[in-house]
Design a protein around this ligand. Structure first.
Ligand code: C2O
Ligand code: CU
Length: 503
């Protein structure tokens, strides 16, 4: 692989300590500026506990678009990285875990040359973006072989909602291994200039490190959905985020764990949820407890008082396979994610911008079609099979056919003894049970339950996938293919702004 020492060095520095971030990044446009006017933590690991006992807060480097474009080379490679307070060989994008945060605005074009320096195929999914899944877009059917590159072009509509999204590999069969190995990064879409002060990005992941590398997992752990022993925030164990007393901190949190749910408990602190996934609520909701399935994101506001605020992921089991099969691997356990530590030296956060985007309410829409998708599990073929509508994933079979411009109601029916978080690429789903508009791209479907969603097939046509975002289950076959045909030409072409869901 083509080494770029200066970038590599810079990317690694971005993770090791808040005090170093400003200094070492010449040549990269870095907007994730350190939160302090004066460094409070040195680069020495022993001094990293200047505030509360955990690692000093740090975020992945930020690559921001300029003049409507963000062009970058992204290399996926086994790399020795700073992680969990030590070093380990993980899979990394551009030498860091997580990979760089991509800051984009509606109307931008993202060009990524992805180079595969792994020893197996990979590819790239821009999770949650409402962009074309065709050709060189957000196409999950692409396979990039080892030592090959592929040029992605992701065109973001001018009216694309603001929000926090993410990217990760999507090569069927190895998605869980590659994400667990360290391949994930944040995407934030807004119009703000981050040169003054960026929102906090917290990429939560889990991993089990053994002998300086990532542990392999058993077949039983895959069936159960693997849990890593270490739960990390931006590659750090339980970091401390210094924040101004009395301020409102904004945290964009991503559940990038391969298969772990995060049951967020802010320990009584006042937390408001501005939105989940790519959606922003009409008004913020109570965040005193919030369940994020794998793949979900939350836009959080946290009111700081004079005492530290801890954010803990409470143990959350997803059920088991029953039939006398033992659960396997790590049991879910509480994990301290991060501590917000009041520190008078910290800058006061910039005010949170008002929501810029108001989706239409699909509860009031005419429904063009209704479908039921059933998740089942069955013994066969030498193991447990994870099925949707009785079928394992087959990239050559189209399971659902819809049309651009229509609204559909889907009943997600879980006939198994485990929870399955359902992810549909490209087109967000509105929860019918929720108060107000609640749009998500990952919807948790608890064991034995039905969840009803409505989907507006707006914006773009194309063929893509839906699947369980317990990525082990996806790799085991719990995925289907949807083809959304372009709007039928009935004399008048469907106007461009028919995909405009702004109110
Ligand atoms: Cu985050 Cu189809 O995946
Ligand atoms: Cu599942």
């Amino acid at each position: 692989m083509a080494e770029r020492p200066s970038r590599r060095t810079a990317l690694t520095l971005g993770l090791v300590g808040v005090g170093t971030v400003g200094a070492g990044l010449a040549g990269l446009k870095i907007a994730g500026a350190p939160p302090f006017s004066e460094p409070v933590a040195s680069t020495s690991p022993s001094a990293a506990d200047a505030t509360g006992g955990g690692a000093a807060w740090a975020e992945p480097p930020v690559l921001a678009s300029e003049d409507g474009f963000l062009e970058l080379d992204l290399t996926a490679a086994p790399t020795q990285v700073e992680v969990a307070g030590g070093t380990a060989i993980m899979l990394a994008y551009n030498g860091s875990v997580p990979g760089p945060t991509l800051h984009l605005s509606p109307g931008d074009t993202l060009r990524v040359r992805l180079t595969n320096a792994l020893d197996e195929p990979t590819n790239l999914h821009t999770h949650g973006l409402q962009v074309s899944p065709l050709a060189d877009g957000d196409n999950p059917f692409i396979s990039i072989e080892p030592r090959q590159s592929f040029d992605y072009v992701i065109v973001i509509d001018p009216d694309h909602p603001h929000g926090v999204f993410w990217y990760h590999p999507h090569h069927h069969g190895t998605v869980a291994d590659q994400v667990f190995g360290g391949l994930y990064g944040a995407i934030v879409i807004d119009r703000d200039d981050w040169s003054q002060r960026a929102p906090r990005v917290a990429v939560v992941s889990d991993v089990t490190l053994v002998d300086g590398g990532v542990a392999t997992v058993s077949a039983a752990e895959r069936r159960q959905g693997r849990l890593g022993e270490a739960v990390l925030v931006n590659g750090l164990l339980a970091p401390d985020l210094a924040t101004a007393p009395g301020a409102t901190e904004r945290l964009l949190l991503i559940n990038a764990c391969a298969s772990r749910y995060l049951d967020l408990d802010p320990g009584g602190a006042t937390v408001r949820v501005r939105g989940i996934d790519g959606g922003t609520f009409d008004s913020p909701r109570d965040g005193s407890r919030l369940l994020l399935a794998p793949g979900n994101r939350a836009d959080l506001e946290i009111d700081m008082v004079d005492a530290p605020v801890t954010l803990t992921a409470r143990a959350h089991g997803i059920g088991s396979m029953g039939m006398g099969m033992m659960s396997a691997g790590v049991e879910p356990d509480d994990a301290l994610l991060l501590t917000l530590v009041p520190d008078a030296r910290a800058d006061t956060p910039v005010p949170v911008p008002p929501a810029s985007f108001r989706p239409r309410d699909l509860r009031e829409a005419d429904v063009d079609a209704r479908r039921t998708l059933s998740f089942t599990m069955a013994m066969g073929g030498g193991g447990m099979r994870f099925l949707i509508d009785g079928e394992e994933f087959d990239a050559t079979r189209i399971d659902q056919q819809a049309d651009v411009g229509t609204v559909e109601e889907w009943t997600l029916r879980n006939r198994t003894m485990m929870d399955h978080p359902f992810h549909l690429h490209v087109w967000p789903m509105q929860l019918m049970e929720a108060d107000g508009i609640d749009l998500r791209d990952v919807v948790d479907v608890p064991a034995g339950e039905d969840v009803v969603v409505r989907i507006g097939f707006d914006r773009v046509p194309g063929t893509t996938v839906y699947h369980c975002h317990v990525l082990d289950h996806e790799d085991l076959g719990m995925m289907g293919v949807i083809d959304v045909a372009p709007a039928v030409q009935t004399g008048a072409e469907v106007p461009e702004d028919s995909a405009d869901v702004e109110g």
